[in-house]
Design a binder for this molecule. Sequence first.
Ligand code: G6P
Length: 607
Amino acid sequence: MCGIVGFTGMQNAAPVLLEGLKKLEYRGYDSAGIAVMNNEAISVSKVTGRIANLCARTRDGADLPGTTGIGHTRWATHGAPTEENAHPHLSNDGRFAVVHNGIIENYLSLRDELRQDGYRFESETDTEVIVHLIELYYRGDMHEALVRTTNRLSGSYALGVICSDEPGKIYAAREASPLILGVGIRENFFASDVTALVSHTRNVIYLEDGEFAELTKDSVRIFDCLNQTVEKKISRIAWNVQAAEKGGFEHFMMKEIMEQPGAVKATIAPRIRDGRVVFDELTLTAEELREIRQIVITACGSAYYAGCAARYALERLTHIPVVLELASELRYSDPLIDEHTLLIVISQSGETADTIAALKECKARGARTLAVVNVVGSTVAKLADNTVYTWAGPEIAVATTKGYTTQVSVLYLLAVYIGDRLGLLENEYKTLVKDLQHLPRRIQQTIDLNASIPDLAKKYHSSKALFFIGRNTDYAVSLEGALKMKEISYLHSEAYAAGELKHGTIALIEEHTPVIALCCNPAIMGKTLSNIVEVKSRGAEVLALTFRSNQKIISVADDLLFIPDTDPLFSAVTEIVPLQLLAYYVAKENGCDIDKPKNLAKSVTVE
Ligand code: G6P
């Protein structure tokens, strides 16, 4: 959560910082602020609410002249979203300003100690101890002050610091929170995420835990925690600035839904060569795979649901039992995991705190680890033994869409790849590979088949509660469909395994309660059809999602959504698309802030 940005260069910093913060706003958006250094003095402006308020407050940055500065957009953890708690935080002598993403776990004891030393606290945040520690330890050498300060901190941080005694310099430090340096021409940057940098430079340096950086407009120097210089390589970001723009769409979410055929193609196409699934990045040998007794999948939110959806393909094609565990649960569950476990970790951002902790826990128990990640160079990508990137491009909307479908696609590829190594029959293999190659087209067909969704949204948007039901993959997709609906439209939506309805949930069905029934697997469709009839007899309004040639359902359901006829083993990536669109249009009908739903943040870097 929270986004930080820093700039030093030839032009005024404030407009650059504001533009960068707009790009980082998906990380948190309850308050924001910037600090700019000018003539050896630091000016700060902070607001509650969105970056737009900060632009208005500073007249698009014109009120804070100066070519060096730092900025922050906040998702409150310690202290309410007020101006006092917004970053940057200033030292008592006004010489230092700090922005921070992460959590300082020992802040209470540090605060007591600093108070006893006479430091005055203006906020309720954990962050404020950092700026007072820097003031305490600064004796004309910021390196020393940073090393001594970071030595005192427990927890996670990406820090940006300016000091009025050091004009033209910005400092950045990292421990377990994302931080990237941007290397420009006569200007340099730091940011939580490349999206804030890419309009200025595509040359970046990934800072590692325990490192800090000193940036001037002409130099980028990196040091370890002992203040020894570290040589780092410059990486080139593969995608361009348009990838992080709305490109004519009203919302990022709609753009990202529409990008799914292309994103899934980018995920799948390079990994199928001469009719074979190829993972150049995997080091797991067939022999090692034969030793695997269980696959454990862990993740949070939609990434977890991506695992739920792909589980059926993984089990059927590999014959290895698959266990799903939420990362926040797994990390504390004393799990039965050893070297015969393949742990698959799924994370769009690669920075989710619980996912990182679960990965570390399972690694320590000897599991072989494989990460499915979108953000290159992220913490999860670096920690896992094997990393497979989803290549979805930047995802900005808080509610994931193409992140999810590309994760499921990678898991399908892995199912076929591992299955092949464990003895999948050649004929079946060839058919499966063809089916995978058709997925991008099938997603496009799904979008085209469901032009009625804006009208359906008009019918369903004022419902009190919606229920999603299905079996197996249909149930797994229901979970994600219900999550999409609740996170962006704020309607109460719950997913249930269709067979479980009778065990309680059916008591909630009354006249006109919408039930969204997923029936995309012909083999078990009859069973879900019975559940549809049961809820209809109690007054429910049924919106069924099914494959196109399914005639049986037409007479039973009130409304229909379609996917093209497809092998149910790989149907999750098409099934979810109409549900994403339904959630989008319902949220739009209800006037919700679709890209930035209330209380949420895209990258959940706190526990
Ligand atoms: C947040 C996001 C979700 C995402 C989840 C896990 O809740 O809003 O879209 O699925 O975090 O994030 P990750 O980056 O690990 O996939």
